[in-house]
Design a protein around this ligand. Structure first.
Ligand code: CU1
Length: 524
């Protein structure tokens, strides 16, 4: 460093303040966590391949469902989108880097120790967290293994990382836009991330509060969540879901932004309804704060509470439907082509809508008494988390990988990855609707014989989906090492010989390049 020139080797990555380096590290880290959380899912599906104990003990099975959720939500999906934000937001708004580059380094580098700590709990006495990713008290306070304290510390660190990342994104977007880049000219990926960052700043401290209260109950004699000491176990659920529901939008909104970038490119039309997309995203974010108790219909709330949370939840369908309408209308009469990023984006729109519909079913309070804690819930949220967040993330990697590396990925392999994962995903999760409606509870290592066929399908689907991700990894690595060089690496569409043309006169909301920004760095 310094007088000796740029840092090399490990120190380059340890001390980097470069948004692209940090973005790459986030992406690789999140992919590693995706494989780790995925291997937990493989253990779960192997155990559930047929009824009767076969692979793991019930106690370990509980640790697997817990760790799968925690690692996927906090280790895979969230850092993946922060990685995308690091790479793309400065490029899209014409900023030289993130606003707070040293904090950016710190946001990333506290994550690997947090997850190393979390993963190491599996080897501790009594095993790792076994209370589900929602860690409801008093199960997580009174009956938890000793490793719960390390789990709490891990959650604190990853929360800190998310808050610092969010502050950085807000500071960057608010302060560092190139002249001429007004808010309503920002690419939608930037908009969705700005709104996501506000959600993060608002609710990550709530999560930190929940785990801190747990810590106090476990070690310092308080009874926040213990009825015996005057506390209330239901309080935990209120606090957790006040964080947890906005959290699901933290996970999905950047995905909305990604498909809003990709669909116009491969439809060769500007995005339909840009303004309404921004307002819909903001409405969804606002509503996400007032629907949390739809996770708690069965705790015995007053009927007025049940109805409020039911209607508020259903209201979210309105802005969400507006977004789906806009994506479809963007494609309508466009000259569509179906490269890998577009395939993942179209599948996103279709499958996320399936998850939206099952969400509406779950929102109906009296019906939810039947669905609660069944596999129907598992099917529902995997349609939003996997087909929503993971599919849009895959789309984003294929879409921007040529820009990041200057090299083209293998399209045939990309399309194969798409179709295999599309079939594998649906085979895994669609049958779970049926077993859930028939009454199969979630988070159990065994089940009634009547659920056997659908579970076997589900497990086969999961193995197919898991294997398809190795093809994804291979394609990305092969692109970096052996990919075909692109003439103009900064313009993705050039890689396909496609021209992204803005119709003249350009509507004011298409990305007009401000004079200070090089043409090659605009448009994301
Ligand atoms: Cu929710």
């Amino acid at each position: 460093m310094g007088a000796h020139g740029p840092a090399k080797g490990l120190s380059r990555w340890l001390f980097t303040t470069n948004h692209k380096d940090i973005g790459s590290m986030y992406l690789w880290f999140s992919f590693a966590m995706f494989l780790l959380g995925g291997s937990f899912a493989m253990i779960i599906r192997a155990e559930l391949f047929q009824p009767g104990l076969q692979i793991v003990e019930p106690e370990f099975f509980n640790q697997m469902t817990t760790m799968h959720g925690l690692v996927m939500v906090f280790g895979a999906i969230m850092p993946a989108f922060v990685g995308l934000a690091n790479w793309m937001i400065p490029l899209m708004i014409g900023a030289p880097d993130m606003a707070l580059p040293r904090m950016n380094n710190w946001s990333f580098w506290i994550l690997p120790p947090a997850f190393a700590l979390l993963a190491s709990t599996l080897f501790m006495e009594g095993g790792g967290p076994n209370f589900g990713w929602t860690f409801y008290a008093p199960l997580s306070t009174t009956y938890a293994p000793p490793s719960v304290t390390y789990f709490i510390f891990g959650v604190h660190i990853m929360g800190l990382s998310s808050i610092m990342g969010a502050i950085n994104i807000i500071a960057t977007i608010v302060n560092m836009r190139a002249p001429g880049m007004t808010y309503m000219k920002m690419p939608l990926f930037v908009w969705t991330w700005l709104i996501t960052a506000f959600l993060l700043v608002a609710v990550m401290p709530v999560l930190a509060g929940a785990v801190t209260m747990m810590l106090m109950d476990i070690h310092f004699g308080t009874s926040f969540f213990s009825a015996a000491g005057g506390g209330d176990p239901v309080l935990f659920q209120h606090v957790f879901w006040f964080f947890g529901h906005p959290e699901v939008y933290i996970i999905i909104l950047p995905g909305f932004g990604v498909v809003s970038q990709i669909i116009p490119t491969f439809s060769r039309k500007p995005l339909f309804g840009y303004d309404s997309m921004v307002y819909a995203t903001a409405s969804i974010a606002f509503l996400s704060f007032i629907v949390w108790a739809h996770h708690m219909y069965t705790v015995g709330m007053p009927i007025a509470g049940e109805l409020f949370f039911m209607y508020a939840t259903m209201l979210i369908a309105v802005p969400t439907a507006a977004k789906v309408f806009n994506w479809i209308t963007t494609m309508f009469k466009g000259s569509l082509t179906f490269e890998t990023p577009m395939l993942f984006s179209i599948a996103f729109v279709f499958l996320f809508t399936v998850g939206g519909f099952s969400g509406l079913m779950l929102a109906i309070a009296p019906a939810d008494f039947q669905y609660h804690d069944t596999y129907f819930v598992v099917a529902h949220f995997h349609y939003t988390m996997v087909a929503g967040a993971i599919f849009s993330m895959s789309a984003a990697v294929y879409y921007w990988l040529p820009k990041w590396t200057g090299k083209m990925y293998n399209e045939t392999m990309g399309k194969t990855h798409f179709w295999v994962s599309f079939v594998g995903f649906n085979l895994t999760f669609f049958p779970q609707h049926f077993v859930g409606l028939a009454g199969m509870p979630r988070r159990i290592p065994d089940y009634n014989l009547m659920f056997a066929d659908f579970n076997m399908m589900s497990s086969i689907g999961a193995f197919i989906y898991g294997a398809s991700q190795l093809l994804f990894l291979f394609n990305v690595v092969r692109t970096i090492t052996h990919g075909e060089k692109i003439d103009d690496p900064k313009v993705w569409d050039g890689a396909h010989g496609l021209e992204w043309t803005v119709p003249t006169p350009a509507p004011y909301h298409t990305f007009t390049t401000p004079p200070e920004v090089k043409e090659s760095e605009a448009h994301g």
